[in-house]
Design a protein. Structure first.
Length: 433
């Protein structure tokens, strides 16, 4: 697994895929008129296989933009989570689907990224500094990915325009890593660009409410459009990849969470509290069970509660431990089983009461509770001298990134010591005012 800093360039995974696969032909690269309908149609047609998809996207996006510029902790037993429940394998089939061997990263890989090169001027919003740690754990393959876009500029904005924007994401792949890889690289590019150029915190309450409604709509569309491309591509490749998705978008002094699946984000406050920012999408929860069954989907207990996909012309029955995800074509086409990519969206105010946020895949949350995760992170940030009594003590970004790195690494190593059997990815971010 690898972190993806999305500032352009070609990832090793994409390069390897392009070396292994070639398209027979390429569609016409005519310029678009800039409308959202044409842009959406273009993006849905870009990916026809894992190799050429990203490359075609990059070429066409550049051309399009040019033409349209303008409770206490316990050590879990094997097979149990922190509350003693059976751990959930994300995707199972009967018989088991085979997956090709994948190149695996080292057992523990740590990466940190920070913002650079900002001009000296008054800017709305805190600066984000990020630490990340990840491990394959006891799984045969590494299917987690994460994404950090620390300086998210809308189209047409070359220099800082007075609003800080960032995008963080965590993606827990299953039945293959392609969907997680693609989402980590491209999910944020589906976001409506106009909404990024506006102040998320206008003085008028009615204007704020309108902005929130528009942002919720934009983030939901971002997830659904990305899902459509993944489904089209995996269908053409004969793949069944899927992935959870969790993202935090910063626009000035506002944080917007969007998520589909059971990757989770928590926020650590200055008074020592840690609170969940997202609620897991699992077939075992009352709201998700009701939503799936009302659509006509079926849920059964197979080690844990799972959404079931039966296809009359396929010899396998698929079962999924999450009720929302990107990809997972068996659960969406041709029959809708209730699994959707539509995210839940929430807004949080980014003020000085917010010390840090943690984004992680369920490999960590299976063995560490929310408050404990916050306590571990806070302890490391304090130990390294960047946080004291709920306040950031330094503007030294190098010191802050080192502390975030150590906090993420400690959460990862705690998960491994407690016997998690899943891939683990942890991102710790401080927002420095």
């Amino acid at each position: 697994m690898g972190g993806v800093g999305v500032d352009g360039g070609t990832t090793a995974a994409a390069a390897a895929a392009r070396g292994a696969t070639a398209r027979a032909s390429e569609s016409d690269d005519s310029a678009t008129d800039g409308s959202s309908a044409s842009v959406s149609a273009e993006k849905r047609s870009l990916l026809v296989d894992a190799a050429d998809g990203v490359e075609a996207w990059e070429v066409r996006e550049k051309r399009r933009r040019k033409s349209a510029r303008g409770k206490p902790p316990r050590k879990s037993k094997a097979g149990e989570d922190v509350d003693g429940n059976a751990r959930e394998e994300p995707y199972v089939t009967t018989p088991e689907l085979e997956d090709s061997a994948r190149a695996s990263p080292s057992v523990v890989d740590v990466g940190v990224l920070t913002e650079e090169g900002e001009k000296s001027r008054e800017i709305l919003g805190a600066r984000v500094v990020v630490g990340a740690a990840l491990a394959q754990g006891q799984r045969q393959y590494m299917e987690d990915r994460y994404s950090t876009v620390l300086d998210l500029k809308p189209e047409g904005v070359v220099e800082c325009d007075g609003i800080r924007r960032s995008f963080l994401g965590v993606f827990d792949g299953h039945n293959g890593d392609w969907a997680a890889q693609f989402a980590s690289e491209r999910l944020h590019t589906f976001l409506n660009q106009d909404i990024l150029t506006r102040n998320a915190s206008p003085s008028c309450p009615d204007a704020t409410a309108q902005y929130n409604a528009e942002m919720e709509k934009s983030l939901k569309k971002m997830y659904m459009d990305c899902d459509a491309v993944i489904l089209d591509s995996t269908s053409q490749q004969g793949r069944r990849d899927g992935s959870t998705a969790l993202s935090i978008l910063q626009v000035g002094n506002a944080l917007f969470t969007a998520h589909a699946g059971d990757s989770r984000a928590v926020v650590g406050y200055a008074d020592g509290r840690t609170r969940a920012m997202t609620e897991d999408h699992k077939p075992s929860t009352v709201t998700e069970r009701r939503r799936v069954t009302e659509i006509g989907g079926r849920i059964e207990f197979c080690g844990c509660w799972r959404v079931i996909a039966d296809h009359p012309f396929k010899p396998v029955r698929a079962a999924l431990a999450v009720s929302r995800s990107l990809g997972d074509i068996d659960f969406k086409r041709p029959k809708d089983t209730g699994v959707t990519a539509e995210p839940d969206v929430q807004r949080y105010e980014l003020n000085k009461n917010v010390n840090f946020v943690i984004l992680a895949t369920d490999g960590m949350w299976d063995v560490i509770r929310d408050q404990e995760a916050g306590d571990i992170a806070r302890g490391k940030l304090t130990e390294h001298g960047v946080l004291l009594d709920g306040e950031c003590t330094t503007s030294d970004l190098t010191a802050i990134e080192s502390a975030c790195n150590e906090a993420a690494k400690e959460l990862l190593e705690t998960s491994l010591r407690r016997g998690t059997n899943d891939n683990v990815t942890v991102v710790v971010a401080m927002y420095v005012h």
